[in-house]
Design a protein around this ligand. Structure first.
Ligand code: ZN
Length: 489
């Protein structure tokens, strides 16, 4: 066997085990018996240890030194493996296990502090996590920018400077749009009433299928926080229901279907190779967001959904046009995950700037709450009432996820670019959407983005799909046109 073949055989088994580990997590979040927590923790710890040994196997470097790829897909696989190996080699084993230990403990402290609305109780724990992440970032950066090294974990090739330029252009126009919308008289009404939860689940399954989710290779279950999990022939999603808010269930489902459809569409030849999964968090989020927002919350699609909602729940007391406004209604709030299309990115930009300051050592974790509240007030015009509504609302930092938040907004920016290109290439899309048929769009996304998996670099796969350089301009133009229209600005 050649070095390349040996390497790929090793990688194949690692990928298979990775899929098994993912299914253990899925099971834990959905159907695992309550009493099984301790046993499952042991099962997952052993799997993680096994995976870690395989990913840091000394033979990897030997194979990589002489491996010759037979084709472009092989080259791309080698690029992924080389990157992961270099990364693993730069992080000392002591630091890796200390990070795993501290972050698993920190998550519990974070949950308790959030429940008690008490940032001071969490601050020393956060300081410990930030110290370790700074150490890791410096080790991985190898002389480069530490924050970029963390970002690279989720968005290979992205740099904070480039994102900062993009986000700097977004922030003033989003603030201005938000102010004009919330200052406009009238505006759409919120949805009122109670909505049968079984009917919500039936309608969400119908939407999932309409958006191209292959139920023969997937399934929908309920979980506290919606997520998608798996790849290839087994990609599962979860959703949740709230009797007062059917949009939560329906749009969470469409969002997760965007992630799942991406995984399902990747070329079967890439299965169990580094190319067999979505290429980055930003590209992944571009798929979920365009399904959810540019398609699912469009005037054309909501005109069809209005009829399906009335069939499922009875009269809504509004016509299709009013319903379109209701689906897209802006409201004041503190919580990122509940934010609308206009305000969502302001929440993310705040986190991006603050986490960069912490990793650079310019913001002490003890001062995070004050810095958060000041920045929140500058962007939203009011202050969080407490830390649970402010800097303790997200789990990410407690589990060591630094460099992750910006991929949410990058995903929205990419979704904006893809939507503009899609509308150019499929001019009669709205006619199909108005019939409840997004397939011309999902087919375009599958052929231009999803099928490639990890073949191209993240920014490159978007650039190829849109035929140019990605930028924030299409997203801003889309938001200003859409909300200017709904609110009569
Ligand atoms: Zn997502």
């Amino acid at each position: 066997m050649s070095a390349y073949d040996e390497l790929m055989a090793h990688q194949h088994e690692t990928e298979v085990l990775g899929h098994v580990a993912m299914r253990l997590s899925w099971d834990q979040e959905t159907v695992m018996p309550r009493g099984a927590a301790e046993q499952r923790a042991e099962e997952m710890a052993v799997m993680e240890g096994l995976l870690h040994r395989r990913r840091t196997d000394p033979r990897l470097a030997e194979w990589l030194a002489v491996a010759e790829a037979p084709d472009a897909a092989g080259e791309a696989s080698l690029r992924h493996i080389r990157r992961d190996v270099a990364r693993a080699q730069r992080v000392p084993a002591r630091l890796a296990s200390e990070l795993a230990r501290v972050t698993s403990m920190a998550q519990g402290h974070w949950a308790a502090a959030r429940a008690a609305d008490d940032f001071a109780a969490f601050a020393p724990v956060l300081a410990r996590v930030v110290d370790l992440k700074r150490e890791e970032a410096q080790a991985v950066a190898d002389g480069g920018d530490p924050y970029d090294a963390l970002l690279d974990d989720f968005e290979p090739g992205a740099t904070a400077d480039r994102l900062s330029e993009m986000f700097g252009a977004l922030r003033p126009r989003l603030r201005d749009l938000r102010d004009r919308v919330l200052g406009a008289p009238g505006g759409p009404e919120a949805l009122g009433g109670r909505f049968d939860e079984a009917a919500q689940l039936r309608l969400s399954a119908e939407l999932a299928t309409a958006f191209g989710y292959d139920m023969a290779r997937g399934r929908i279950d309920r979980a506290v926080h919606p997520f998608s999990s798996g790849g290839g022939q087994d990609v599962r999603i979860t959703t949740r229901t709230d009797p007062a808010d059917p949009f939560n269930c329906l749009y969470s489902t469409i969002h997760e279907v965007g992630h799942a459809a991406y995984e399902q569409a990747i070329r079967p030849a890439y299965r169990f190779t580094p190319l067999g999964r979505g290429v980055s968090m930003g590209v992944h989020e571009s798929q979920s967001r365009i399904y959810e927002n540019q398609l699912g919350r469009s005037r054309a699609f909501t005109s069809w959904l209005h009829g399906r909602m009335e069939a499922a729940f009875g009269p809504l007391g509004m016509d299709a046009e009013a319903f379109y406004g209701t689906v897209n209604r802006l409201h004041r709030g503190h919580i990122r995950t509940e934010a609308d299309e206009v305000q969502y990115n302001l929440h993310v930009l705040l986190r991006f700037d603050l986490e960069r300051e912490m990793i650079a050592g310019r913001l002490a974790p003890a001062d995070l709450e004050a810095a958060w509240n000041d920045r929140f007030e500058a962007d939203f015009g009011y202050r969080p009432a407490g830390a649970a509504q402010g800097c303790l609302q997200d789990v990410h930092w407690s589990v060591g996820l630094f460099g992750y938040f910006p991929t949410y907004t990058l995903g929205n920016v990419y979704a904006g670019c893809l939507d503009a290109a899609l509308r150019r290439d499929v001019p009669d899309l709205d006619a199909a959407l108005a019939e409840g048929d997004p397939s011309p769009a999902t087919r375009w996304l599958r052929d231009n983005v999803q099928v490639h998996g990890g073949l191209y670099r993240p920014r490159e796969v978007i650039a190829r799909a849109i035929g140019g350089d990605p930028s924030e301009a299409p997203l801003l133009d889309y938001l200003e046109a859409k909300f200017g229209d709904i609110y009569g600005l």
